[in-house]
Ligand binder design. Structure first.
Ligand SMILES: [Ca+2]
Length: 343
């Protein structure tokens, strides 16, 4: 993989293309386009990752996806565009085809990162499970297919939005529950629960996830809200880092300005503060922070989105803190090493 990265760095796209043609079995290199990082993780420590993202709901998902694509320990097997149909009206975006918006954003981001080889799949357009398992979205099908594929490297599904597509995949092929782990950014703190953005977009899917036997690492609202950044910080650490840094910055600023105008009179977004709440899904796979979670009984999601007891509940891992410094600095460093002018 290091050799592959060196080819990319020294000889450009023609050699990279030849390399992909002559070594198809090795093209799962997780190193992103851009300059190679000055270290190579042990091959035995590599893990498989798929990311389900409501990429165009706000402006934070792109930062987490870029972080994943820049992380050499990951082999990112696919990105899945998720819907955010229930929350779109809150942003005065009633007519938006939300899954399609997420899909187009994922395509734009992978193109900007010169990472078009990473497959992007369409998830379900709405937050309802299909009546027939065969009718699941191509994103859910991709999860099933990756889950059932023989590969000794562990598989993690990072759910950065609603649980719509992972739920459909678990329903369609329950066997995958023993073959992967789900990291879900969503839900309110325990024990009470309550209204939370990602949960609200598909409570039924969250119940399918919680009532399955799949291992879940949940990063609830009180934890992901600690991923606070200021616009000034992003201007210094992200914006100068080549076309990728510039793109991440621009889409954040544009969304921040648009949202502030659209929903005037509400204290969100804050004037110059944002939350990169999806990035913990990446950093927890580099260090799972063993003192920052508890095992709790998987809840039943009530109609008002509070947590209730579930018969025969298995336990899930619920985080109570995240190391924001480590998460953000790892992202900034990788971005600068890959795309910065001075490294
Ligand atoms: Ca998200």
């Amino acid at each position: 993989m290091l050799i592959n990265s060196l080819f990319l760095a020294r000889n450009g796209r023609l050699i990279a293309l030849l390399w992909l043609l002559v070594a198809p079995g090795l093209q799962a290199d997780a190193a992103a386009a851009g300059k190679a990082l000055p270290f190579t993780p042990d091959a035995d420590k590599q893990i498989r990752v798929m990311i389900s993202s409501d990429a165009k709901n706000e402006a934070d998902d792109d930062f987490a996806i870029a972080h994943a694509l820049l992380t050499p320990t990951f082999d990112v097997r696919g990105l899945i565009a998720a819907q955010y149909a229930r929350t779109a009206p809150m942003m005065k975006r009633q007519d938006e085809q939300t899954m399609e918006e997420s899909y187009q954003e994922l395509k734009r981001l992978t193109a900007v990162m010169d990472h078009s080889r990473t497959p992007v799949y369409r998830g379900a357009a709405l937050n309802s499970l299909p009546a027939r398992p065969a009718a699941i979205s191509e994103g859910a099908r991709a999860i099933v297919s990756e889950g059932m594929r023989d590969d000794k490297r562990p598989l993690f599904i990072l759910v950065l939005g609603p649980a719509t597509d992972i739920a459909a995949a678990l329903r369609a092929e329950p066997e995958i529950a023993d073959r992967l782990t789900v990291i879900w950014i969503g839900g309110m703190p325990y024990p009470r629960g309550g209204w939370e953005y990602n949960l609200y977009n598909d409570p039924h899917a969250a119940n399918v996830l919680m009532s399955s036997s799949v291992p879940v690492w949940q990063v609830p609202h009180n934890v992901y809200m600690s991923m606070r950044v200021s616009l000034a910080e992003l201007a210094v650490r992200v914006k100068p880092q080549g076309a990728v840094g510039s793109y991440l910055w621009r889409q954040m600023i544009e969304f921040n300005q648009r949202a502030s105008k659209l929903i005037a009179g509400v204290p969100w977004p804050k004037s110059e503060v944002w939350i990169l709440g999806d990035n913990p899904a990446i950093s927890l796979l580099l260090d799972d922070e063993e003192y920052h979670y508890q095992m709790v009984n998987a809840p039943h999601i009530n109609d008002d989105l509070t947590y209730g007891p579930q018969a025969h509940a298995r336990q899930i891992r619920v985080y109570n803190a995240i190391d924001a410094r480590f998460t953000l600095e790892d992202f900034y460093a990788k971005l600068a090493l890959a795309f910065g002018k001075e490294n």
